[in-house]
Design a protein around this ligand. Structure first.
Ligand SMILES: Cc1cc2nc3c(=O)[nH]c(=O)nc-3n(C[C@H](O)[C@H](O)[C@H](O)COP(=O)(O)OP(=O)(O)OC[C@H]3O[C@@H](n4cnc5c(N)ncnc54)[C@H](O)[C@@H]3O)c2cc1C
Length: 388
């Protein structure tokens, strides 16, 4: 991306976040639904195109620019940051890498243009971190496949018109028996059941995706039979880059809110920004933001240089979300009672950053993986990454 184009893209995204998203985000967080017109306006700006190549309808961004774009929007609303990350993560890249030409033109192109939306359905009621222990099964019936099972905690239930999902032909085969499918939401036997009133990520419609005798033709197979685990793993690093970038954005939001509040709030005759204990929290946020940003962008650079960057992005996801959670907690503290009011964004940051520590690999898992990669007991992912 040419530096001028990059600057203009980031400026446009920042202005959109400040002028269009900021005045409405507290309300749509309470309403638990992203307004359709906001999604349409983001599509008009081309913001869903991300790293998807231009010939497939995307923006063809490098990963560094993509990360900076997500940070810029997430400074105001990381849920919108997640909306613009999704096509560049599992939903889009699995179709890009494993999809047939027909699947690419039917799903990937409109996805990159923000004309349709999709969800990635991996987690089940009994398996999250341990993806290969899924219970959803499929059986072949002539040319068709019949899927039975249920996925849990699946996002985009309201907006998605299709899901990339996974089923096994034999639960005893572990990762070897898994196959990936594209399941249109209107297929008979598919039903969605959103959870209401969740603590964080409230505007995203998340819940159960039930697959009851869902019959699919061969055109819904994504990749080869038994290749599903590889499909599921195509984009984990991209997903982690997206979450880390969202966390960096939220940390910046915490800094902006806390600086302005601390300079305006007078206690015992002086603005609280003059108190060293408040300054110390601001310093932690500033250092945390600067370091998390660098770590995240270095992970993006790994992807840009054609490597998977598994270790870098695992560390970035864990560190950036931990920094964001601590910054949000400190930001609420600085705001005193107003910190728990829905009038101020920091209570939203506090609720959402807890969830950022859980999704795209729980931070405990990343903590274990980082040491294992350093100890050589787990691959650190210097192998080439899947293509864009
Ligand atoms: C708001 C929201 C949206 C989501 N959206 C989606 C979606 O769109 N699609 C989708 O497929 N999933 C989605 N998820 C699910 C998410 O990916 C899982 O919650 C996550 O993978 C963790 O799985 P789990 O919740 O089953 O936790 P478990 O795997 O049961 O783990 C529980 C806890 O055990 C510990 N733990 C687990 N494994 C290890 C390990 N190896 N080392 C150390 N500690 C460990 C950690 O503390 C972990 O937090 C969403 C979740 C939320 C909350």
């Amino acid at each position: 991306v040419h530096p001028d184009e990059k600057a203009s893209l980031l400026r446009t995204a920042g202005q959109f976040a400040d002028e269009v998203i900021a005045p409405r985000v507290q309300q749509y967080d309470a309403d638990e639904h992203i307004p359709e017109d906001l999604m349409e306006r983001m599509a008009d700006l081309g913001m869903f195109g991300g790293v998807i190549p231009v010939e497939d309808g995307g923006l063809g961004l490098d990963f560094r620019t993509f990360a900076e774009l997500v940070m810029e929007v997430s400074r105001v609303c990381h849920v919108m940051g997640s909306m613009i990350s999704l096509p560049s993560a599992l939903v889009g890249s699995s179709i890009h890498v494993f999809g047939s030409p027909e699947q690419r033109s039917r799903y990937l192109v409109p996805l990159a243009q923000g004309r349709i939306f999709g969800g990635a359905a991996v987690t089940e009621p009994g398996s999250g971190s341990d993806v290969a222990s899924m219970r959803t099964t499929f059986k072949r019936d002539g040319d068709s496949f019949v899927i039975n099972g249920a996925k849990a905690w699946i996002s985009m239930l309201d907006y998605a018109s299709f899901f990339v999902t996974f089923a096994t032909r034999d639960r005893n085969l572990g990762r070897k028996g898994v196959t990936a499918f594209i399941v249109p939401k209107d297929t008979p036997g598919v039903s969605v059941h959103p959870y209401k009133n969740k603590m964080g990520f409230r505007p995203i419609s998340t819940g159960d995706l039930v697959l009851n005798q869902v019959r699919l033709g061969p055109e819904h197979l994504l990749g080869d039979i038994d290749d599903g685990f590889r499909v599921a793993m195509t984009a984990v690093e991209r997903g982690r880059l997206g979450v880390a970038s969202r966390a960096v954005g939220v940390t910046k939001g915490c800094i902006d809110a806390s600086m302005s509040y601390a300079q305006g709030r007078v206690v015992f005759g002086n603005p609280i920004s003059t108190l060293q204990i408040v300054q110390s929290k601001l310093t932690d946020m500033l250092v945390g933001h600067a370091t998390a940003r660098l770590l995240t962008l270095s992970g993006a650079d790994e992807l840009d240089s054609g490597r998977r960057g598994r270790q870098a992005l695992s560390m970035a996801k864990m560190y950036a979300t931990d920094v964001a959670a601590r910054s949000a907690s400190d930001a609420v503290q600085i705001h005193g009672a107003y910190g728990v009011s829905p009038e101020y964004a920091v209570s939203r940051y506090y609720r959402d950053t807890k969830v950022l520590q859980i999704v795209e690999g729980s931070n405990d898992l990343h903590r274990a993986m980082t040491a294992e990669m350093a100890l050589g007991t787990r691959s650190s992912g210097d192998e080439p990454r899947p293509p864009n």
